[in-house]
Design a binder for this molecule. Structure first.
Ligand SMILES: Cc1cc2nc3c(=O)[nH]c(=O)nc-3n(C[C@H](O)[C@H](O)[C@H](O)COP(=O)(O)OP(=O)(O)OC[C@H]3O[C@@H](n4cnc5c(N)ncnc54)[C@H](O)[C@@H]3O)c2cc1C
Length: 456
């Protein structure tokens, strides 16, 4: 049998390879860059553990933990330091604690919201009367903006919705799909007539006998690349780093940057939508065109290591998000050495800021030096940090953050129907951007191929 070709060596592609290996199928994984992992990219610099992309994964979705167990690294999985779990919102130039009882956007404690300085009286009233807003009569998708303004008000969108819900996707609330990102809120509205009522009515899930750390987010002792490195070391198939794909033919032949043509039994495509569109442009133009309907944004992260005693701030939380109308270039800031242990050497602290996204895409045109200056200037303004960092490092994710826009689920269904039977689409552009979602999608793509190859 011809090999299965996996295009892309991010976590989706690696998980697909792992699953194919478990099923005894021959595979070739082609990764264009000079390293595996994609948006999992840890660098150790002078005792700091710097994460360029993802720094942790949701523990509740089992695919991440399950993979760590299969790889024999369950004892390397660590939880976040939940004793210091509070987070802040930058609003009016100052860091505010999140109102007591607020569950992302849902106020579960009236007094907690009333005490907050984050909204006007009118804004608080609108949020607290969400239960009186009749449920939407139309069905189908709507934008995050439309949903938030309808139910909780414009101020709630700016202060909570954009930073906390859109921020995860570096997305624009005007275009972001509720159905593809937060369908639970739409379901609560329909089932209980109101999201607030629904949230209060649904009992908290019983404590599960989940294995591993009990925190919401988990990581690995050595950072997220530890998962990539261990996975790589256990893959016995043909893994080619620095060998990209240039074209895929309608019969499944995969052409590479070293001018090789690989006849594939099936192909698992895990690259971003713009890259997928390019690879199929000449050979499957209709499918290639459909990929152009999927948009991306560019983001960057800048990590800064400081001597702790030179910081004017106690870093007493996991960091801050940024309210929509703040005049800053930062999207958010993680206080990494508070969030996770072992991220900075003794006596030092690590912070990382997020830039770019839909608000400031132009910032990605700056040089690394300019981005570092920008990040420092913003941290000086917001947190009063005047010390020089001992370590600073920029990571860029150009056109790499998939945008789940209104109609996303329909576009994914359409593209899956258009794809020939030998082509599996998996990864962040389609069914979830989180690491467990990507692992699950990679493994599912491999399983789909196995089912297709198994005689009925
Ligand atoms: C800054 C940032 C922070 C994040 N934080 C978190 C977090 O804390 N938790 C979480 O769960 N998720 C987080 N995410 C999202 C998550 O990291 C990604 O959605 C996930 O890693 C995507 O994996 P993937 O394999 O689908 O794609 P990618 O990681 O993008 O991998 C695709 C691979 O394809 C390769 N490639 C491209 N073109 C070609 C070609 N022509 N031929 C061969 N190979 C090619 C690329 O080099 C890349 O290695 C974050 C993302 C970013 C950008």
């Amino acid at each position: 049998m011809k090999p299965i070709v996996i295009v892309g060596g991010g976590i989706t592609g690696l998980a697909a390879a792992w699953e194919l290996q478990q099923q005894g199928l021959k595979y070739i994984l082609l990764e264009a860059s000079d390293r595996l992992g994609g948006k999992l990219n840890t660098e150790e610099v002078d005792g700091f553990i710097l994460e360029g992309g993802a720094d942790s994964f949701v523990a509740m979705k089992p695919a991440g933990w399950q993979l760590c167990k299969e790889l024999g690294i369950a004892d390397r999985v660590i939880g976040t330091n939940d004793g210091k779990r509070s987070s802040f919102i930058l609003f009016g130039g100052e860091l505010h604690t999140i109102p007591r009882g607020l569950r992302l956007i849902v106020p579960n404690d009236r007094e907690g919201l009333l005490e907050s300085q984050l909204l006007s009286e009118e804004g608080k009233h609108k949020m607290l009367t969400e239960s009186e807003v009749p449920p939407r009569t139309e069905t189908g998708d709507e934008s995050l903006r439309s949903f938030m303004v309808r139910r909780f008000g414009e101020e709630a969108l700016d202060v909570f919705g954009e930073p906390m819900l859109a921020g995860i996707y570096s997305g624009n609330p005007e275009t972001m799909s509720m159905l593809a990102t937060y369908p639970n809120y739409l379901n609560l509205e329909q089932k209980y007539g109101s999201v607030t009522k629904g949230t209060a009515s649904v009992p908290p899930p019983p404590p599960t006998k989940r294995e591993g750390p009990t925190s919401f987010f988990t990581s690995l002792v050595g950072g997220m690349s530890e998962l990539v490195d261990v996975l790589h070391s256990k893959l016995t198939g043909d893994i080619r780093i620095g060998q990209g794909v240039t074209r895929i033919d309608p019969d499944g032949t995969v052409h590479t940057t070293i001018s090789e043509a690989i006849a594939a039994e099936a192909v698992i495509l895990t690259v971003t939508a713009p890259v997928a569109s390019e690879l199929l442009a000449e050979t499957l133009p209709e499918l290639s065109h459909s990929f152009q309907e999927f948009h991306t944004t560019s983001t960057g992260t800048i990590s800064f290591g400081y001597k702790t005693d030179e910081l004017p701030h106690p870093l007493d939380g996991f960091g801050f998000v940024v309210s929509a109308k703040e005049p800053t270039h930062l999207q958010a800031c993680t206080w990494s050495s508070t969030k996770l242990s072992g991220r900075a050497p003794e006596g030092y602290s690590l912070l990382r800021v997020f830039v770019g996204g839909h608000r400031h895409p132009e910032d990605l045109a700056l040089s690394d030096e300019e981005l570092i200056d920008l990040g420092q200037a913003e941290l000086r303004k917001i947190m009063g940090i005047t010390a020089e960092p001992v370590v600073s490092r920029v990571f860029r994710w150009n056109e790499a953050n998939p945008q789940y826009e209104v109609g996303h689920l329909e576009r994914v269904a359409k593209i899956r129907l258009q794809a020939p039977a030998w082509l599996q689409l998996a990864g962040a552009p389609y069914g979830g951007v989180g690491i467990p979602d990507c692992i699950q999608q990679g493994r599912n793509a491999a399983k789909n191929i196995v089912s297709a190859l198994t005689p009925a």
